[in-house]
Write a protein that binds this ligand. Structure first.
Ligand code: MN
Length: 387
């Protein structure tokens, strides 16, 4: 009803409307909501529910841009919030501000709240504390957190019908939930409890997923409605670990999660040919395998690059940002890879790898989705067993 009413006020544009609903980020979060928002009226939805993501460096910021844009492309009626770390550069924040309703700086190093104090005792949990800050977004009644290395393939607003803490199983240990996508209820009380829990118990995997699974420790058994279907957090790794299931259900995927060390932004893309560079596209991808990498790059080149070019002014923007991908020292990869100070991933090797080397790379999360480990190759191999 309310949304309809807003839609009926033709004399006000978005920026005028937004003056009536100023940002209410709490003191530890500095909001950068841009004064001149998008012309698209969808941005003016009144909602106390939000999708939330986190960017701790410029590469993850680009992931967040693609995620935010993909949510917009699928007409979400929810607010979009991005938490940014202090390492995210100004032009990136500007672009984030043109996609998201709120850009909130989370600098727990500078603040003098509980998170800062907790960090003093557990400096190893910096990224975790940054992510847990999403619980302080108490201007919203319910939120869905999504990692910046996820992208949506359809509208997923129905997730807001779920309660805290709802999440999909982790493909590595399905009695744990994967913390790349989860429904939560912002609450300062929960936030403080989480921090206290962290200080006392640490994290069994070094990241937020360990902490959250220990804290919400009845997830596996207590309430099946808190188990999100896997299609809301389809990790690209899982596709290959159970290919027949992917063939059966993959077409219903709503969220893809680029779990692992190599992220879409670590590749480069030939926009003219529509190919991810350095990798031959599988010649016989005739089945259900959508090319998620290419899809990520399409959203990036069509919607994000023009915004980045604008934010960078006259300076020609370089699409190749591989070098900066590990500048930021705070990132969720800590959890995914258990290597807090991971060096930049090696580029996909040109030479032929032995089967053993390939297995090792696979287990390290370095999967050559578009080359040796392409769907078609694995399917061919699997079919020899399934026949
Ligand atoms: Mn992730």
């Amino acid at each position: 009803m309310i949304r309809k009413m807003w839609g009926l006020i033709p004399v006000l544009d978005c920026s005028q409307l937004l003056r009536f609903c100023p940002s209410q980020c709490k003191t530890s979060l500095v909001s950068f909501t841009t004064p001149d928002p998008r012309a698209d009226p969808r941005h003016c939805t009144m909602s106390d529910q939000a999708f939330v993501t986190l960017a701790t460096n410029d590469s993850y910021a680009k992931g967040a841009m693609v995620l935010g844009q993909s949510l917009r492309n699928h007409n979400t009626s929810k607010k979009l919030v991005v938490l940014v770390g202090p390492h995210v550069a100004e032009p990136c924040r500007e672009v984030l501000g043109s996609i998201f309703d709120e850009v909130c700086l989370v600098n727990i190093m500078d603040s003098d709240d509980e998170a800062h104090l907790a960090l003093m005792k557990r400096p190893d949990l910096g990224v975790t504390f940054t992510k847990l800050h999403c619980w302080t977004l108490t201007q919203y009644s319910k939120c869905v957190f999504m990692d910046a290395d996820t992208v949506v393939l359809s509208n997923i607003d129905e997730l807001f019908e779920r309660e805290e803490l709802s999440a999909a199983p982790d493909p590595g240990w399905p009695d744990c939930f994967n913390s790349g996508v989860f429904v939560f209820t912002p609450s300062n009380e929960t936030h403080e409890k989480l921090l206290a829990f962290c200080e006392e118990n640490g994290s069994f995997d070094g990241g937020d997923q360990g902490v959250l699974n220990s804290f919400f420790n009845t997830w596996a058994t207590a309430d099946i409605t808190k188990h999100l279907p896997f299609i809301y957090n389809l990790s690209s790794i899982a596709i290959y670990s159970y290919l027949p299931a992917f063939k059966q259900y993959g077409r219903n995927a709503k969220v893809v999660h680029f779990l692992g060390k190599l992220k879409p932004w670590n590749y480069s893309y030939d926009a003219e040919k529509g190919e991810v560079k350095g990798h031959a596209l599988s010649p016989d991808s005739s089945h259900l395998h959508p090319d998620y990498l290419v899809m990520w790059w399409q959203v990036y080149t069509e919607s994000v690059v023009p915004l980045l070019q604008k934010a960078h002014g006259e300076t020609p923007f370089s699409g190749d940002f591989e070098e900066e991908s590990h500048k930021g020292n705070l990132q969720e990869e800590v959890r995914e890879e258990s290597q807090p100070a991971a060096p930049p991933p090696p580029p996909p090797p040109p030479r032929q790898l032995s089967s053993e080397e390939r297995k090792q790379r696979w287990e390290d999360g370095q999967i050559d989705y578009m080359g040796d480990d392409a769907f078609a190759h694995i399917e061919k191999k699997l079919n020899t067993f399934l026949k």
